[in-house]
Design a protein around this ligand. Sequence first.
Ligand code: PLP
Length: 353
Amino acid sequence: MAYITLDKNHFFHNLDIITKLTKTKDKTALVLKDNAYGHGLLQIAGMAKEYGLTKAVVRTDEEAKQIEDFFEYILVLADFAQESNEKIRYTINDLQAINKFAKNTKVELKVDTGMCRNGIVMSELEEAFVLCAKQGLKLEAVFTHHSSADEENEYFDLQNKNFQQVKKEARALAKKYAFDSLRFHSCNSAALFRTNGFDEDMARVGIAAYGCLELPNALHVKGLHVKGLHVNELVNELAPVLSVHAKKISSRKLQKGDCVGYGAAFETECTCDVSNYDFGYGDGFLRSCSHNYVTPEGIKIAGRISMDNASFLTCKEELLIFNDAREAARYAGTISYEMLTSLKAYLPRKVVS
Ligand SMILES: *Cc1c(COP(=O)(O)O)cnc(C)c1O
């Protein structure tokens, strides 16, 4: 079967860069949603613990339960609690959610500072505090999420400005409604990398840890230097953790004019070798990579990607399909996040170092 390798050295190297920006391991919360961006939840959780991270972010309660033994703190982004749990915190995504949590549940309040997706709107802040107090919830943090940290438009600055305002109001409300030591966080990977002098209580880092962060070249990130490197150079230092390898099912020699695969979509121009490998769109190879895809070793795809396999112009026994999801994603006209999270959970994952 096709399989995935995870480069532990690259992962640790990325975490070194990230913890330089957050200043401590304790302020680095690793985002593990969607099977750790396709890398494998338990494999990444195990390595994160070994590295010394203590915080994680997931989507569901079930994911949180699976990694309970690896972390001290787990934030659930979009789910409700089955039972109260010391380690797990749940996100309040709107006012209606507040009475769905049992007394004493640890919660964090998400505030919409301009993304218009999840979170209470800024004018509901006091009402949210009142409802949390009434429900007897343990409100521990107030956070927001950026729509455009990895793009060049006005939203990043606007949301930062709005969140400053939220923090100011929330600190006053925390006193009024007796929520002690409220914490604040707003940065995803891109935001962390373009923030000069990070000073919040935590950053929620996903794609940078997996080595696939991209910032627009044109982005004017002023002044941030870590280890003497400008932030764009710093981003270039990140190394992709995940590689996909496929195994050969069969080979054949083609004559000029033979056509390969569904739709007879690839016609040979000369005599050549073609082999079929066990990685198809059913496994997570985006079908939009058909026709033009070239592997990191320069091997060309032949025609359409099938459900369980894809053909390439080579006879190699094993084929490296990709080792940088950013590059692979370009062939599909998508982003590394989709390339990675498309990888099925049943593919074997091996940690290599
Ligand atoms: C997915 C997610 C992140 C991580 O984003 P990256 O760009 O992968 O760093 C952070 N915060 C929230 C709320 C998210 O949903």
